[in-house]
Ligand binder design. Structure first.
Ligand SMILES: *Cc1c(COP(=O)(O)O)cnc(C)c1O
Length: 360
């Protein structure tokens, strides 16, 4: 078997000659603040993979409590949290149910198929969510012929769904349906804290119906590296085998865990500012001829450029010329993302540039 993926996809070299004025391309663009760097500099560290880094333990314990789970493990990225979780929950040949726009399907380089060896059945539903009837319809009668269905995955917030929040009742209903059919449940909680702040519901309550959940520290929480996967003590013990196998065990990880702890203390409540800025941006964009905006629920603002006669890529290219960055999702769909390094004044600045770009 040849395990080398075909195609070479080096990231394009960034054009540093055009200064960036407003970076709305992603909440991953947040940079560690001076105070966060101070916390990193003074972190007490050890050897993470040997279990002797006290700062990593502190982060895992706090995140497990925040997410309402028994135990947690620190990993370098959210993608690795998903890969480790899927590989731990499933066996090769199993089938996973997830929304058809899920990050595990669109953006993890086929990892679930290559690493866990699972297939993913994409469920449909508006705004990145589905309902119990859709789950029930996807459940296969148990037979020698069908793949074993072992896991249901949900995204909170649903990224490509529009940064939408699963309401607690709807989430609990689909996870209960999965459990009733013997499936485990996993939450891709890259932005679960955005959902918790927007809904005013503790993250532990949002994740209550999920056996495992992870939280990304490199999105709106602004840390430079790291994500934490939480679940039962038994599950996290098994997950450690995959962490080791994939090279996700670290050494003086406390330097990064200290940034994540800083984020837990300082960068959660303020996500409400990003949500307010997202609403202000959407309100302004709705006034721009040719742009159709999806109403934001959290910090992501998706919009359609077709009415301007430009593709999303062409529109984004024009904005970039004027120092404003957004990301391209589809031919005519683009995303502007609000975060700690974008102020209300910069939202106005971006709106001015967008108005000019849309008018050609
Ligand atoms: C960003 C993201 C991931 C991956 O996280 P990384 O830390 O970038 O690997 C997974 N799921 C969703 C929904 C995301 O937005």
């Amino acid at each position: 078997m040849n395990f080398v993926p075909k195609g070479s996809y080096e990231p394009p070299r960034f054009d540093f000659s055009i200064p960036v004025r407003v970076n709305l391309s992603s909440d991953t663009q947040t940079k560690p603040s001076p105070a966060m760097k101070d916390a990193m500099m003074s972190a007490e560290v050890g050897d993470e993979q040997a279990g002797s880094d006290p700062t990593v333990w502190a982060l895992c314990d706090r995140t497990a409590a925040l997410l309402g789970k028994e135990a947690a493990v620190f990993l370098p990225s959210g993608t690795m949290c998903n890969q480790v979780a899927l590989a731990t929950h499933c066996r090769p040949g199993d089938e996973v149910l997830a929304h058809e726009d899920a990050h595990i399907l669109s953006s993890e380089a086929g990892g679930p198929m290559a690493i866990a060896g699972v297939t993913i059945r994409g469920l449909s539903g508006a705004r990145g969510m589905f309902d119990v009837a859709t789950v029930e319809a996807a459940i296969r009668p148990k037979s020698r012929y069908a793949p074993s269905q072992t896991l249901l995955e949900v995204e909170q917030t649903a990224n490509r769904g529009g940064g939408t929040c699963w309401p607690v009742g709807r989430l609990d209903a689909v996870t209960a349906a999965a459990h009733a059919h013997g499936l485990a449940t996993h939450m891709d909680g890259a932005r679960v804290m955005n959902a918790a702040v927007a809904l005013g519901v503790p993250a532990a309550e949002l994740a209550a119906g999920c056996d495992t959940v992870w939280l990304d520290f490199t999105k709106g929480l602004s840390a430079p590296l790291g994500a934490v996967l939480a679940g039962s003590k038994q599950f996290i013990g098994e997950a450690w085998r995959w962490k080791q196998r994939l090279g996700g065990s670290m050494r003086q990880g406390g330097i990064c865990a200290a940034a994540c702890l800083y984020a837990l203390d300082h960068n959660i409540d303020r996500l409400a500012e990003d949500h307010a800025n997202a609403k202000a941006l959407a309100r302004g964009m709705a006034q721009i001829q040719g742009i159709t905006v999806e109403q934001p629920e959290t910090n992501l603002v998706f919009f359609d450029t077709e009415g301007t006669g430009m593709t999303a890529a062409a529109f984004a290219g024009k904005l970039r010329q004027h120092g404003v960055m957004v990301s391209v999702s589809d031919k005519y769909r683009a995303r502007a993302c609000l975060h700690l390094d974008v102020s209300a004044a910069q939202v106005d600045e971006a709106l001015g540039v967008m108005k000019l770009a849309a008018a050609h």
